[in-house]
Write a protein that binds this ligand. Structure first.
Ligand code: HEM
Length: 399
């Protein structure tokens, strides 16, 4: 296997919906290759589907965020990919801590709660579409729909009181915005963090029928752990789903043949959502693991302490796994894609995300039969340098 050192994670795209072409060439010639990280570390880059699955499934590769070398650079500065693992932030932990926290949170995703949530999600979608219409054409679909819908769903999960939702929503949207200054974004993020911490303290005194109260009721978590788990839900569940809604709409509006298939047969929406997840792979910097011991994989030895960047976008376009991988086809079976990860850390909110996207797309294209872009596609600003790929705003027109 090659020892070629790539000096930077490829990120330049020639098409807004396709991963950088260089990743595809690497997948063919060196599906695991050496990669120089922005902090100087000589790590690895995985680009094939088979190896991406293998690394995710192999517990010798650690998720501990403090072990990872930094893969992302913004404005010349190395940016940590995941938040540092504070108590309860189990996405950046290994067993046994990860197992314990994950089990406690999984226990909160009950069938009863999900069933109660479903009609609420439809209602939230309907309310925001009504507001979008009230805004008048043209309007920004991101600000009026893609960002607030997942934020309101998180409010339901966390049990944010109704009268406090507007402020919460404003702050979470500001924390994810790029149209604000760095200072404004940081201040908004801190307000959200303080709000969730305060919410956890209040729910201990006055519990409700929500996940925060449920986590407290387990009797196994401190307020700090509960608050951090709430923040994890918010961080992992808001920006991701919001960008899938925004970017997915942009994609469909530029592929009228595929949109027509969906309009002709609305039952295709489940399938279309799966294909959008595969084709768009919004976690465009992939996932990260660090070898806890020497591991032989794909013909190379990854030494203990070396970090592996797994390019999920490249893996999801692997022709060995998906036929005609670069074609967007809402009728294909895209199941098996790695957009929600794989193995013990596989996305805990994936069913919820699917419900939100299915409800969101179905209602959007039903209620706005002539929805179209209000600017040329080339003018839509892409989130190339953000942790989660998507569009900054999506000006749409309708009658
Ligand atoms: C389209 C939307 C979403 C995408 C693409 C997505 C993607 C992912 C991925 C790739 C991982 C695995 C990270 C890794 O292996 O290092 C993950 C983990 C996670 N996601 Fe999601 N996610 C989405 C929505 C959500 C939602 C709605 C929630 C909850 C409300 C959520 C909660 C979580 C949590 C708690 C984890 C950590 C699981 C663990 O470490 O055991 N996600 N997500």
């Amino acid at each position: 296997m090659t020892e070629t050192m790539i000096d930077k994670l490829p990120f330049e795209r020639s098409d807004p919906f396709d991963p950088p072409a260089e990743l595809g060439s690497l997948r063919e010639t060196a599906p695991i290759s050496r990669l120089r990280f922005p902090d100087g570390h000589a790590g690895w880059l995985v680009t094939s589907y088979a190896l991406a699955r293998e690394v995710h499934a192999d517990r010798r590769f650690s998720s501990r965020s403090e072990l990872h070398h930094i893969i992302r650079e913004v404005g010349g500065q190395a940016v940590p990919q995941q938040p540092p693992a504070r108590p309860g932030m189990f996405i950046g932990m290994d067993a046994p801590d990860h197992t314990r926290y994950r089990k406690l949170l999984t226990g909160q995703f009950t069938v009863r709660r999900m069933n109660q949530l479903m009609p609420r999600i439809e209602q939230i979608v309907a309310e925001h579409l009504a507001e979008l219409r009230a805004q008048g054409s043209p309007a920004d679909l991101v600000e009026n729909f893609a960002l607030p819908v997942p934020s309101m769903v998180i409010c339901e999960l966390l049990g944010v009181p109704y009268e406090e939702r507007e402020g919460f929503q404003r702050d979470t949207s500001a924390a994810l915005s790029l149209n604000k200054s760095f200072e404004e974004i940081r201040a908004a993020f801190e307000r959200v963090q303080e709000f969730v911490a305060d919410l956890a303290r209040r729910k201990r005194v006055e519990p409700g029928d929500d996940m925060i109260s449920g986590l407290i009721a387990t009797g196994e978590l401190t307020d700090e752990e509960v608050a951090n788990m709430g923040m994890l839900l918010l961080i992992a569940g808001h920006e991701t789903t919001a960008n899938m809604l925004g970017l997915g709409t942009f994609l469909l509006l530029t592929r009228p043949d595929q949109l027509q298939l969906l309009r002709d047969d609305p039952a295709l929406v489940d399938n279309a959502v799966e294909e959008m997840l595969r084709y768009l792979t919004i976690i465009h910097f992939g996932t990260t693991r660090t070898a806890a011991e020497d591991v032989e994989i794909g013909g190379v030895v990854v030494r203990a302490g070396e970090t592996v960047s797994i390019s999920v976008p490249a893996a999801n376009r692997d022709p060995e796994r998906f036929e005609r991988p670069d074609e967007f086809d809402v009728t294909r079976s895209a199941s098996g894609h790695l957009s929600f990860g794989h193995g013990v850390h596989q996305c805990l909110g994936q069913q919820l995300a699917r419900i939100e996207m299915r409800a969101g797309y179905a209602a959007l294209f039903r209620e706005f039969p002539d929805l179209r872009l209000a600017v040329p596609a080339s003018e839509v600003r892409m989130r190339t340098d953000m942790g989660i790929y998507g569009v900054h705003e999506l000006p749409v027109a309708f009658s």
